[in-house]
Design a protein around this ligand. Structure first.
Ligand code: GLU
Length: 418
């Protein structure tokens, strides 16, 4: 029987390869192999029917060499400690690649929020905030949205934290509603970042947007926005999927219509248009396209998928969608893979802007936010592109070399306490 996929092992393997490529000794980067702090909490919550249910949650702080810990909170039935640990490490690397002054953290609750009423979701969120309260704060650890969490949930976190403090602390969490200190442009920032990075890669490869076909797995905040923005930039989006399955049309899909459809709460299995075919997840990931954007969960591009994959470019909208074994196959096939820690950094970059605006008690306008986002994403792309080309290696190795290089340097300058 094959070993169960473990995202933390996946992270460690990539970390070791990149450190080796940089010529580092193990002592130089051994600290990056262990999260600095891990918290597991058990939370009794009163359900609407009067019964009590106990939920488990996590907050992992991976590395604070470059600044306060930063990273989202995920609500999903498969959340466990190893997943949160991997996601926390990826946040450290992502912030380092983007060159923003943050460390990496992640949180999660093992729950399918679809099974909770809104009141139950609010009680669970406020309980979780109270339980992780000793760790979070605007100077220490700043949560944000991730899979199945949103602005409303961030608002409850901010309110609960503020209630304990006795005054309003907007900078404790990012991705909040605009009315209570959220940043304009934050909801679409991750998808916008994916679009910026995709167009930048096309430019380097001498391909124009209107000559490319795009397939997107996941129509959530990241995939939905990326698909729509790339469609508006002239790409032909030929396939998209959500939890209910995929839709495919080689002549192109109308992403404005489909976005409206999914955003109003509908599933793609109920979407119909002439010329459109309903396909499953494997067919979607392996269909004939130029760009594939996995924007759902980890462990999607496995060896089986990689062997059959036909795309020329993969841009990782999700965190950790590709296994190490699959990555090797993709490399042998000559497929360009833009890694998650670069491709999906737009979210945390605009989170950083939100936090800065909160600390300064200011609000920027959308042009400022989008222009600054574009500059940071393009600079990060250039750093990764150069690092990869210098060593004649993949963009994943390039991104990890940039990240590890910055983290190791910061750790060295700071020294080891005591
Ligand atoms: N959850 C997002 C990510 O994985 C955003 C994190 C943040 O904004 O802090 O990058």
């Amino acid at each position: 029987m094959s070993k169960k996929y473990n995202p933390y092992d996946n992270m460690l393997e990539v970390l070791d390869s990149a450190a080796c490529m940089l010529g580092l000794e193990e002592d130089d980067y051994i600290g990056l192999k262990y999260p600095e702090r891990e918290l597991k909490v058990s939370m009794p919550v009163k359900m609407d029917d009067g019964s009590i249910k106990v939920f488990e949650g996590y907050r992992v702080q991976h590395c604070s060499a470059l600044g306060p810990y930063k990273g989202g909170i995920r609500y999903h039935q498969n959340v466990d400690m190893d997943e949160v640990k991997a996601l926390a490490a990826w946040m450290s690397f992502k912030c380092a690649v983007a060159n923003i002054p943050y460390g990496g953290a992640k949180g999660g609750i093992t729950v399918d929020p679809k099974n909770l009423s809104k009141d139950e979701l609010e009680r669970l969120t406020r309980k979780f905030t109270a339980m992780i309260l000793p760790l979070i704060g605007p100077e220490t650890d700043i949560p944000a949205p991730d899979v199945n969490t949103n602005a409303e949930i961030m608002g409850w976190i901010m309110d609960t934290y503020s209630a304990f403090k006795g005054y309003t602390v907007p900078g404790v969490v990012t991705g909040k509603p605009l009315e209570i200190g959220g940043s304009i442009g934050r909801p679409e920032a991750t998808g916008r970042g994916v679009m910026i990075i995709t167009l930048e890669l096309l430019k380097r490869l001498g391909i124009t947007a209107k000559d490319t076909r795009v397939v997107v797995q996941g129509m959530g905040n990241v995939g939905g926005t990326a698909a729509r923005l790339l469609y508006q930039a002239g790409c032909k989006v030929i396939g998209v999927s959500d939890v209910s399955g995929g839709i495919y049309n080689p002549d192109g899909l109308d992403m404005d219509k489909i976005s409206d459809f999914t955003q109003s709460g509908h599933l793609l299995e109920d979407y119909d248009q002439p010329g459109l075919k309903h396909i499953d997840n494997f067919e979607l990931l392996t269909c004939d396209t130029d760009i594939l954007i996995p924007a759902a969960l980890e462990n999607q591009i496995t060896e089986d998928v990689a062997k059959e994959i036909k795309t020329k470019i993969i841009v990782e909208g999700a965190n950790g969608p590709t296994t190490v074994a699959a990555d090797k196959i993709l490399d042998e096939k000559g497929i360009y893979v833009v890694p998650d820690i670069l491709a999906n950094a737009g979210g945390v970059v605009v989170s950083y802007f939100e936090w800065v605006q909160n600390l300064q008690r200011m609000a920027w306008d959308i042009d400022v936010v989008n222009a600054k986002l574009e500059t940071i994403m393009k600079n990060a792309f250039e750093d990764v592109w150069q690092a990869a080309n210098e060593k004649n290696t993949t963009m994943r190795m390039g991104a990890y070399m940039v990240a590890i290089g910055r983290l190791v340097k910061a750790k060295k300058i700071r020294g080891i306490f005591p």
